[in-house]
Every structure is written in structure tokens, then in C-alpha cells.
Design a protein around this ligand. Structure first.
Ligand SMILES: [Zn+2]
Length: 318
């Protein structure tokens, strides 16, 4: 019998990426394409089909060896592959998996992209050989994922593991989800930007405008990194608070799940981890409860952009 291979697809609001992957996780061919703004579900389906076709041709492998398609989607996906909510792309309620199954006649499995990213890290990245892992991923927002007893914890509707919306402060700053005081409202990139701009508006001096070359757009993670390197006082203060809040969130999840590993990733950690991690760890180790029995390590993710694609393959392989 010929060796099976799989296709992993990372569907996002700004781009869709697909790769053919061997059964042991080697990427054989890959393609990505921008998601046109305001795409209709049928247009997104067409894009995915064309990406899969291109990846198949480029891999040079015969279709009959394709073991399945795995999809990471930016929203809530239940255990039956039904897409319940996707805030940044128009796919909610659309029978994407059924349509792909009809077209390719292989096994299809879909899941939340952040959850699959952690599954990818468990298979081939920072979480190998661990069965109890929590993932916290501060990018624009703060994604979360939970693997306990070697299984993703997804909840009744697939909406579990929203660690970013764990409320860290009563009556705290308003979050994008509508609640107040969420982890994301302190440690998401948008919240960090909000706090830096608020301090500047109060008249505190900051180097950050100069570091952005006069650009008016969002304060991206790379600008935060430059501002930290230049010891910009506002950025240092705001990001110290973000890091302390992340450290407290790590304490919370350790109390609830007693994990072996907490994996931190996402754009803010990738750019500013050198500054954030020592503060997160210091805060984490202020917890007297686990002082004598601590076995939980905080580590950083390893797979970057490939985590979701590889996790989608891990899901469909299971
Ligand atoms: Zn929230």
C-alpha cells in the first residue's frame, strides 16, 4: 500500500494557506492566497478548492493516496464540523465541509484555528510528548487552547478555551467581546495600543511615533519591539502590565488544569517575548500554592505560521 498524505488548510480573514503534508508531518508542497475582503461563502469555497488543486498538482502525489483534508477556521466549529460563528469571515452556517467532501470524496475534519495550532505544537512543536497543555497566544487578540488527557477541550458547542476572555479584573477596561476586564483587554495588541495612545494623549512623551517612521496605522508588534529596545517609558509600563496580567492568567489556568506545559505564542510573544517572558515567569512563580510541587513549565511555540496547517492534519489523521 502506498504511503498516505494529507492536506492542511488554514482559513483566515486575511489569507488562506494550504499544504500537502506527509503522514509524519513533512510539508511536501504549499500555497497561500489573500482572502478578498467581504468574500461570500461560495467564493471562499472556490478559493479553497483551487488552493487544494494547486497543492495536489505541486506535490506530484496521486489523489488516491490523499488520506483527508483538515481545516482550521477562525471561529466556533462544533464536533460535527458545523460552523457556528466566524466574526472575521463570512462562513457561519455555510456547509463548507459537506461541500468539500462532495468535491474531493475524502475524510474532512474542521476545528477552531487556535485549537488546531496547539494540536500542531503538540504533534511537532513545543508540546511534543505532553498530554496536558494550555496554549495562550497574544496577537491582535488573545487566543487560547486546551489539551487535557491528550484531547482538545472544545466544550459542548466548540466554543471552549477562550482564555483571552477570562475576566482578570472586575469593572476593568472594556473588551471587544463586550465584557470588561478580559485578559485580552490587557494583553491583546489592540489593548496595548489603546493604553499607549491614552498615555500619549495625557501628555506623556513617547518615542513610538518616531519609531513608526511617521506612519499613522496600527502600532504593530514590530514597533512595540523597537520601542522596548529603545526603553520607551510608556511602552515599557504598558507592556509590563500586560506581562503581569499574562502571568496571572498562567496562574489561573494552572490552578484549573494542572498542566505539564503552558505554551505561549502569537505575534506579540514572537516580537516581544524577550521582554515579556521574564516578567510572566516572575509573576507566575509568586503563587505560593504550587511553590513546592511545581512541574509546569512556560515555553514558547515553535511552529509559527505552520502550526494551524499541521494541527489540521493531526486532527484529520485522528
Ligand atoms: Zn473579552
Amino acid at each position: 500500500m502506498k504511503q498516505k498524505f494529507f492536506i492542511g488548510i488554514d482559513v483566515g480573514g486575511t489569507k488562506i494557506a494550504a499544504a500537502a503534508v506527509s503522514a509524519n508531518g513533512k510539508i511536501l508542497s504549499r500555497k497561500k492566497i489573500a482572502t478578498p475582503p467581504a468574500s461570500k461563502p461560495s467564493a471562499i469555497l472556490k478559493l479553497i478548492i483551487s488552493l487544494v488543486d494547486q497543492v495536489l498538482v505541486e506535490s506530484g502525489l496521486p489523489m488516491q493516496n490523499l488520506g483527508g483534508l483538515g481545516l482550521g477556521l477562525p471561529g466556533i466549529v462544533d464536533k460535527n464540523n458545523h460552523i457556528l460563528a466566524t466574526p472575521n469571515i463570512d462562513l457561519a452556517g455555510f456547509p463548507l465541509c459537506e461541500k468539500l467532501k462532495k468535491k474531493f470524496r475524502v475524510k474532512i475534519a474542521a476545528g477552531n484555528d487556535v485549537n488546531l495550532g496547539l494540536l500542531g505544537e503538540q504533534w511537532l512543536g513545543a508540546g511534543q510528548k505532553a498530554d496536558d497543555i494550555i496554549g495562550i497566544f497574544p496577537g491582535t487578540g488573545v487566543g487560547g487552547a486546551i489539551i487535557i488527557d491528550d484531547k482538545l477541550v472544545t466544550g459542548t458547542q466548540g466554543a471552549a478555551a477562550e482564555i483571552g476572555h477570562m475576566i482578570m479584573m472586575m469593572d476593568g477596561p472594556r473588551c471587544n467581546c463586550g465584557n470588561h476586564g478580559c485578559l485580552e483587554a490587557f494583553a491583546g495588541r489592540w489593548a496595548i495600543e489603546r493604553d499607549i495612545r491614552a498615555a500619549m494623549q495625557k501628555g506623556r512623551k513617547s518615542l513610538i511615533s518616531g519609531l513608526m517612521d511617521g506612519k499613522q496605522g496600527p502600532i504593530k508588534s514590530k514597533f512595540l519591539k523597537n520601542a522596548l529596545a529603545a526603553k520607551d517609558p510608556i511602552t515599557v509600563d504598558v507592556m509590563t502590565r500586560a506581562a503581569k496580567t499574562l502571568g496571572l492568567a498562567c496562574i489561573n489556568v494552572r490552578h484549573i488544569f494542572n498542566p505539564q506545559l503552558i505554551i505561549l505564542g502569537g505575534g506579540v510573544i514572537e516580537a516581544c517575548g524577550d521582554f515579556l517572558l521574564p516578567i510572566i515567569n516572575k509573576t507566575f512563580h509568586t503563587d505560593p500554592f504550587f511553590a513546592k510541587i511545581d512541574k509546569c513549565k512556560i515555553v514558547t511555540s515553535k511552529l509559527g505560521d505552520d502550526a494551524v496547517i499541521l494541527g489540521a492534519v493531526a486532527l484529520v489523521k485522528k
